[in-house]
Design a protein around this ligand. Structure first.
Ligand code: URA
Length: 429
């Protein structure tokens, strides 16, 4: 087969055959298709798109490039959640132990942050001793002992995606619905979960800036999961405003523990409970029936917090150890009084990233204590001269650029009427 023919076919708007897709993914993973050729093909796909059959085959070929885990012999059904990424999106942290406390097992392969959205592994690594890298046997042991495991995807899972995602990241070809869908779903199918709930974010802090694109991404991924025999549903959720009041690694762990202790910000609790109910239902366990605990109850009665502690200890962490704090803090004051009517998720994410919570290159280290604390969320009243944000950073020279990112990130209306939108915008099954 000839890669140039395949590039030309897609460049000219044609449909790739299953044989062409299998061949090109296989040859690229082996190193027989050059990076510049794959870049050209990725750009052709970005511009021309792929139909349902092509996306399904592309996913299948990436899945086949590595191993597929199998947890079907566990004594509980498996279910997982994947978020397309957002600002302050710490939901995996309270969600995994909550679902475990309600009787399902959650095998969760997570990533590190790149750009303005944080990564679950970076957050958890702020807990002293906690280990992200587990072998498949260790992963299985933690999962069966605690009902949940959150770890880094091993080298053997969807290696084609690992290579292709790194290439897309530097060739302006990330924001393609077929390529994002195949990338996410090849990894989630490889992880061996029986059910999957997708949290597809829409808004300034997300990949998908509008609800229509988020719906299209959700539909594409739900179809791929269903076609592979995994019960898959998607919630479209709001990412125009950051989730919760803390953005940054250790700051988000602390906020997650508040949620697991029965408190925490209302939006984080609402989304955790909504996703947990979906995950249990997709796994065949109806919350509140036949002895299956409702997730809201698990957060109230301490069982989710107990599950969290077991999960953290099983991966070497100390759930009771103090979390790292940034060396320095600065406060940004509200310039006027009124109702906060807008708080832009992307700009807050960018500020946290500039303060050191995120990384610019894969090999960079993150600062565990860095980030932004939000003293007000949209709909709340603020007073001129009172704190609006606290910025946390290890190096004082980061504060100016962090504060710059927040310029124009909010509106305060002296007689503002604020209409809150829903957090869960739609459900796609
Ligand atoms: N996350 C992924 O895993 N892949 C993408 O393509 C985009 C986001």
């Amino acid at each position: 087969m000839d890669v140039i023919e395949i590039i030309r076919a897609k460049r000219d708007g044609g449909e790739l055959t299953p044989e062409q897709i299998d061949w090109v993914i296989h040859a690229y993973t082996r190193g027989d298709v050059a990076e510049e050729q794959m870049s050209a093909l990725a750009m052709a796909i970005f511009l021309r798109g792929m139909n349902r059959a092509e996306v399904a085959r592309w996913t299948e070929a990436m899945l086949a490039s590595g191993v597929r885990l199998d947890f079907s012999d566990l004594d509980r059904p498996t279910t997982d959640k994947h978020s397309t990424g957002g600002v302050g999106d710490k939901i995996t942290l309270p969600l995994t132990p909550t679902v475990a406390a309600c009787g399902a097992a959650v095998p969760q392969l997570s990533g590190r942050g790149l750009g303005h959205t944080g990564g679950t592994l970076d957050k958890l690594e702020s807990i002293p001793g906690w280990q992200a890298s587990l072998s498949t046997d260790e992963m299985r042991a933690v999962l069966s002992e605690t009902g949940g495991v959150i770890c880094a995807a091993g080298e053997g899972l969807a290696p084609a995606d690992r290579k292709l995602y790194a290439l897309r990241d530097v060739t302006g070809t990330v924001e393609s619905i077929p390529l994002i869908s195949a990338s996410i779903m090849s990894k989630k199918l490889a992880e061996g979960t029986g059910a999957l709930v997708l949290d597809v974010k829409a808004g300034s802090g997300a990949f998908m800036k509008d609800v229509a694109s988020a719906r299209e991404l959700a539909r594409t991924m739900v179809d791929i999961g269903t076609d592979h025999g995994v019960r898959t549903v998607a919630l479209i959720t709001d990412m125009s405003v950051p989730l919760g009041r803390q953005v940054g690694n250790a700051l988000e762990v602390a906020e997650s523990v508040e949620v697991l202790s029965g408190g925490g910000p209302a939006d984080v609790v609402e989304l955790t409970v909504a996703l947990a109910r979906e995950m249990l239902t997709a796994a065949g366990l109806t919350p509140g029936e036949n002895g299956v605990k409702d997730p809201a109850e698990a957060l109230r009665d301490g069982s989710a917090l107990e599950a969290w502690k077991r999960l953290i200890r099983a991966q070497g962490g100390d759930p009771d150890a103090p979390l790292p704090q940034a060396a320095e803090r600065r406060t940004v004051l509200a310039p006027t009084s009124g109702v906060l009517t807008r708080l832009d998720a992307y700009q807050v994410g960018l500020a946290a990233w500039r303060l050191g919570a995120g990384r610019a290159r894969k090999e960079d280290a993150v600062s565990f204590g860095a980030g932004v604390t939000l003293h007000a969320k949209p709909g709340e009243t603020v007073k001129a001269g009172e704190p609006l944000f606290t910025l946390h950073a290890d190096e004082p020279e980061r504060f100016e650029r962090g504060a710059d990112a927040l310029e124009g990130a909010f509106d305060i209306d002296p007689d503002g009427v604020f209409e809150p939108g829903p957090i869960v915008i739609d459900r796609i099954a």
